[in-house]
Ligand binder design. Sequence first.
Ligand code: PCA
Length: 324
Amino acid sequence: MRNRIKLLTALVFSLAMSVAQAATNWDMPTPYGDSNFHTVNIQQFANDVKKATNGELNITVHSGGSLIKHAEIKNSVRRGLVPIGELIMSRLANEDPLFEVDSVPYLATNYDQAWDLWQASRDILSEHLQRQGLKLLFAVPWPPQGIYTQFPIKTGDELKGVKMRAYNKSSERLAKLLGAQPTQVEVPDIPTAFGTGRVDAMITSPSTGANTRAWDYLSNFNHAQLWLPKNMVIVNLRTFEGLPEKQQQAIEDQAAIAEKRGWEASKQETQAKIDIMREHGITISEPSDAFAKRLKDIGDTMTQEWLDRAGPDGQALIKAYRTR
Ligand code: PCA
């Protein structure tokens, strides 16, 4: 009898163990570093999902492109190499120009406008991704984009021939229209790119400027507020649908919370990081009248180019945005 109880206890114990081991582990690559507010936000998302699923769904964030490089993240999630990942939306501009609507200069330059634009574009972008077996969980903007240089910008003429770091098609095109020479550089590679002289200016946010210690190789930040590009978190649809209903719901709930939290964090980030840069000696300025005019003209050109590329879907999206 004693032995049977022992055996039973052992059985129950091992059963409990195997249930515990049945926890699902997901790897989540992101191109951006640990201290970045997006990464802090998705780490919080991972913690919250774990809690909400009683430890049954465990997401491990791999930051700084350490697991998968930025260029590969989308396809890796699509192919199921990893179940979930984060990337900047405008990276998919080559697939469909609608993905770079958030990087059209001066279309949406503050958080309210960026939010309206996101509401106007969310469904169509989600549908596009769904057709590829991907589910768009949430999106969070970077602070407004500006230009970092080693000299003050007066009219913009100073930028001619300057090697300018870019990160998507829009930043590349803007650099070109300014007469600069664009080079795509991922965030983790920024310090090296400046250190080796591959670039000597960059387009990015106060956030990325401060995270990459812009003061080590730059002296001026022009807070031009060109656009607010978004990061998005996507999940492999088949993997997602293979989860128990309760876990799917937990992910959706936490995604909604993470989106809200991320937008708030981004707003806070703008001024906080501008202050940090100023403390480190970076001169912060707004575009002069001449430079503002130059940027506006470039913005008009790029808006027209985008509309031509995006066709009727693009027109409809802009209309939906404008009527909000
Ligand atoms: N940081 C990212 C995207 C936009 C931003 O502010 C980068 O510079 O690549």
